[in-house]
Design a protein. Structure first.
Length: 190
């Protein structure tokens, strides 16, 4: 593992375990057994590390969408939704880095914005064949955005404990049920 990978691994572990406040350059250097100079030679400080973590998280999540399995387009979209739910459950801090409402603590670069857009593009690729007649790329992006927004809404409810309907044990089932209803409605009506 090279120094850049060590830095990202250390930052990712600190971020997952202790959150944003643990991500000082000094803390990351200590966790990676490197000097702070080593961090600055690879990243532009904390902001560079946050952007790299977000890009890395987007890549992992994009790959999980692309790995979706199923016999039909509906099955693949729903499997992708389940993959997103699982990622959000087990990588909460990284999921929030991608989709959290407040990015006041970090300034996204164009590269990070591009990485985030690949998530929608990946889901749109699955959604393109949902309707009986294959839809345009723009329509597929609209459908993908709807499905991901619905999934994200359940994740936010789960992570913030806002709904008595959504519990630690049923939240993924409820999210998939809602996604299933939406996906099947698209298949039936378009």
């Amino acid at each position: 593992m090279n120094n850049k990978e060590k830095i990202l691994q250390a930052a990712s572990e600190l971020f997952s375990e202790e959150g944003y406040d643990a991500l000082s350059v000094r803390n990351i250097a200590k966790h990676a057994n490197l000097s702070t100079i080593g961090i600055y030679s690879h990243f532009k400080g904390k902001q560079g590390i946050l952007n790299a973590l977000c890009q890395q998280a987007c890549e992992v999540l994009t790959q999980s969408i692309l790995r979706a399995n199923g016999n039909t387009a509906s099955d693949k979209v729903l499997d992708a939704c389940e993959n997103i739910l699982n990622y959000a459950e087990f990588n909460t801090a990284h999921y929030q880095l991608i989709f959290g409402g407040s990015t006041s603590f970090f300034s996204m670069t164009e590269e990070t914005r591009a990485a985030k857009s690949t998530l929608i593009v990946a889901m749109a690729g699955l959604c393109k064949t949902l309707p009986k007649n294959q839809v345009s790329s723009d329509k597929a992006v609209t459908i993908a955005t709807q499905v991901m927004a619905l999934t994200h809404g359940y994740i936010q409810f789960f992570q913030s404990n806002h709904s008595p309907e959504i519990t630690q044990t049923n939240w993924k089932d409820k999210a998939l049920q809602a996604a299933r209803l939406h996906v099947y409605a698209i298949v039936a009506t378009q």
